[in-house]
Design a protein around this ligand. Structure first.
Ligand SMILES: [Zn+2]
Length: 197
């Protein structure tokens, strides 16, 4: 335990996802002891994050404008929509450079345990996007775990009524894992080898 502000900061970092007490302490001391560390820039970014960053009105990705840079990009193929659980997955798939279509961020996955049902996800918005017939393929890229699979199954049944090809990323992704932690090569291959559901 440390006195006052040092301990407060360690406690605060320790509340962040994936940061244990040891890492929290290391970060706090790094900031304290590194003269070149730009504290004011970090403070400014943190305060601007919540003020300026919002979610794209079309796909739900993070954006500083009403529409994200992917939805605004005229070079993207509008006949493909890749459905992901959250914005971190968009960034993971973008890193593979395998996909040139658009995204749809659900905002989570179906999880009866956590009380999250289809109505809590951006599924209505997805159906609205598919209504005009532009999209020819929907790629279900939810996480390869129980909730992700349940969500993909739910969506594939729902989309069966439309004249759209529905595919799921190929296996090879670590089962039970999170898409965002898959390496680029594995994720890229899973994309190439996607199969109809
Ligand atoms: Zn967007």
């Amino acid at each position: 335990m440390y006195d006052g502000i040092v301990q407060d900061l360690i406690d605060e970092f320790g509340r962040l996802p994936g940061i244990g007490p040891k890492s929290a302490q290391r970060i706090a001391f790094h900031i304290l002891q590194t003269p070149s560390f730009d504290v004011s820039r970090l403070a400014q970014l943190l305060s601007e994050l919540r003020e300026r960053v919002r979610f794209c009105e079309i796909c739900g990705n993070v954006s500083e404008q009403t529409q994200c840079s992917i939805c605004r990009d005229p070079r993207r193929d509008r006949t493909f929509i890749c459905v992901v659980e959250d914005a971190k997955d968009v960034s993971a798939i973008e890193r593979t450079r395998e996909f040139r279509g658009l995204y749809h961020v659900l905002g989570g996955s179906i999880s009866p345990m956590a009380g999250i049902g289809p109505d809590d996800l951006r599924i209505t918005q997805l159906m609205q996007r598919l209504a005009d017939g532009t999209v020819v393929e929907v790629i279900l890229a939810t996480n390869p775990n129980l909730e992700g699979e349940a969500t993909a199954t739910y969506l594939s049944r729902l989309l069966r009524t439309l004249e759209i090809s529905v595919t799921r990323l190929a296996s090879g992704l670590p089962v039970g894992g999170d898409l965002e932690y898959a390496d680029e090569v594995t994720l890229g291959r899973a994309f190439e080898g996607r199969r109809a559901v």
